[in-house]
Design a protein around this ligand. Structure first.
Ligand code: 5GP
Length: 214
């Protein structure tokens, strides 16, 4: 069912969390490529860009002062300090996407997921991606060769505490095989879109159905 037209549904806030290197960013890319109803929330961050990252596409790369000013002006729907840097989801962009009936995908950590739940529980669907093993996670972090040894070490040690938050999520996927994991993710989204409360046109539709002669 499309989000356009008379049967327009309520957009959902889809949160994807995982420790760095578990495949979340790849899944996010696949989803925004294949599903035109999903829009990625581009976060603000104070961390420096990695090789190949583009300002305004992967993140908005900002100074700590700019981040603090936006936060003080209530410009973030949620924000958190992760790996010694600030990250936040800009409120205005998300609200305008939801208003137009689109789903918004958040690649954010457990702290952000919790804040979104606190402010908009009915609209939030939370998915956690687990690596098949910690050895596998380390191998993935090392093979992407984007971070220094020091950064990889910190991300690995943070992974243990991030994984311990798995039980705050609605769905948990083990990313053993990327394509299988992606199929499961799309099935979750498809089912969540059909929830009764996300289809405000249903009561009117059913009323009309019941008045119809056979
Ligand atoms: P990275 O530096 O690897 O891109 O992201 C580090 C962590 O910060 C990831 O777990 C990512 O999901 C999280 N993150 C990215 N953007 C946001 C955001 O806007 N809010 C929150 N709470 N976490 C974020």
């Amino acid at each position: 069912m499309s989000s356009e037209g008379p049967r327009r549904r309520r957009g959902l806030m889809l949160v994807l969390s995982s420790p760095s290197g578990a495949g979340k960013t790849t899944l996010t890319r696949m989803l925004t490529r294949d599903d035109s109803e999903v829009e990625l929330s581009v976060s603000w961050t104070t961390r420096p860009p990695r090789q190949g990252e583009i300002d305004g596409v992967h993140y908005y790369f900002v100074t700590r002062d700019a981040f603090r000013a936006h936060r003080a002006a209530d410009g973030f729907l949620e924000w958190a300090e992760v790996h010694d840097n600030f990250y936040g989801s800009p409120r205005a962009a998300v609200m305008s996407a939801l208003k137009s009936g689109r789903d918004v995908l958040f690649d954010i950590d457990w702290q952000g997921a919790q804040q979104l739940t606190n402010s908009a529980a009915a609209d939030v669907v939370k998915v956690f991606i687990l690596p098949p093993s910690m050895k596998d996670l380390r191998a993935r972090l090392e093979s992407r060769a984007q971070d220094t040894k020091e950064v990889i070490k910190r991300r690995l040690s943070n992974a243990y505490s991030e994984i311990s938050r798995w039980d705050g999520y609605d769905y948990v996927l083990v990313n053993e095989d990327l394509d299988a994991c992606y199929t499961q993710l799309r099935a979750i989204i498809s089912a969540e879109r059909q929830r009764r409360q996300r289809q405000p046109w249903l009561p009117g539709f059913v009323q009309t159905l019941l008045k119809e002669d056979t």
